[in-house]
Design a protein around this ligand. Structure first.
Ligand SMILES: [Zn+2]
Length: 293
């Protein structure tokens, strides 16, 4: 079995010349080193090589991977869970402000907290999640029947008013195949919300190879405003708005300080500064709103 997949062509534009952007360790789990490359054709950044599709699952097996569990251990996880509760309401009001109908598809639902909030707000939800433990958690905690990712191919075309991907697109193994599926399933006047880390943010520049949102090899792609727009413009979608995720700069800075053996006060300072410098760099993570052209 091949354990590694090496891109010979850019996952966005198919150009074949790259340069090395930075070498990063898997700080969270394996301590293995990975390379992030920049496409010289379109400027897109991606981890290369990456673990094969068969082996990448083993890089997700950790109690510390909080987006897939609800452990309440440690200050960082406690804060993460608190902030999640606060931001859920905001996400639901945001999508409702765009919704022309009730049909919501959430891709990469994790433990189902967001879909549960949508349910309570009266939306009609469907959720896809690759991890079976997370699906069981969502069923036991919220009675949600999440489905495996492959279900995407079976969803009726032109059937969803809203599609959401909260910190998911950077994990999707078959990028263009799945974006094509998403655009097929979205109604003509529907809205797609994609939240991803921003590698052009001030905290990314400060922490460099320690920046926690590189999160290799789980993050296969490392977006910034112009490259995510280029990707979706290939599918005739345009970005109509960008919203900040102001807590992410603090969370990511805290993790980054942990990885470099720094201190938590610096993390709060850099998190705050990152939000202050958003005019130039954008925010640590951003929500991109896409509509069909
Ligand atoms: Zn490219």
């Amino acid at each position: 079995m091949e354990h590694i997949k090496k891109y010979e062509a850019c996952p966005v534009c198919d150009h074949t010349q790259f340069e090395t952007h930075v070498q990063v360790k898997d700080w969270m789990i394996t301590q293995e080193s990975f390379t992030i490359q920049k496409c010289l054709g379109c400027g897109f950044h991606f981890t290369n090589p990456i673990p094969s599709e068969e082996t990448i699952g083993s890089y997700y097996k950790s109690e510390e991977y909080v987006s897939h569990s609800s452990t309440n251990k440690g200050l960082v996880n406690k804060l993460y869970n608190l902030v999640r509760t606060i931001t859920l309401d905001r996400k639901v009001s945001l999508i409702r402000s765009y919704a022309k109908g009730n049909a919501v598809l959430d891709i990469g639902s994790g433990t189902g907290h967001f879909l549960n909030a949508c349910n309570l707000a009266g939306l009609d939800v469907q959720g896809l999640e690759p991890d079976s433990d997370a699906r069981s958690f969502a069923k036991e905690s919220f009675g949600l029947e999440l489905q495996p990712l492959e279900t995407l191919q079976t969803i009726e075309s032109n059937s969803k008013d809203i599609i959401t991907m909260w910190h998911v697109l950077e994990h999707v193994y078959h990028l263009k195949r799945d974006v094509a599926e998403i655009t097929r399933v979205l109604k003509d006047k529907g809205t797609l919300f994609v939240a991803v880390p921003n590698m052009n943010s001030f905290d990314a520049k400060v922490y460099k190879e320690h920046w926690a949102a590189y999160d290799v090899p789980r993050h296969l792609y490392h977006f910034q405003e112009n490259t995510i727009k280029k990707l979706f413009s290939q599918f005739d979608m345009e970005c109509v708005n960008i919203y900040p995720m102001k807590f992410d700069s603090y969370y990511v800075s805290m993790l980054s300080e942990k990885y470099k053996g720094g201190n938590i006060l610096k993390a709060f300072f850099n998190g705050w500064l990152s939000n202050m410098k958003s005019d130039t760099n954008g925010f640590s993570s951003q929500i991109y709103v896409f509509k069909n052209k």
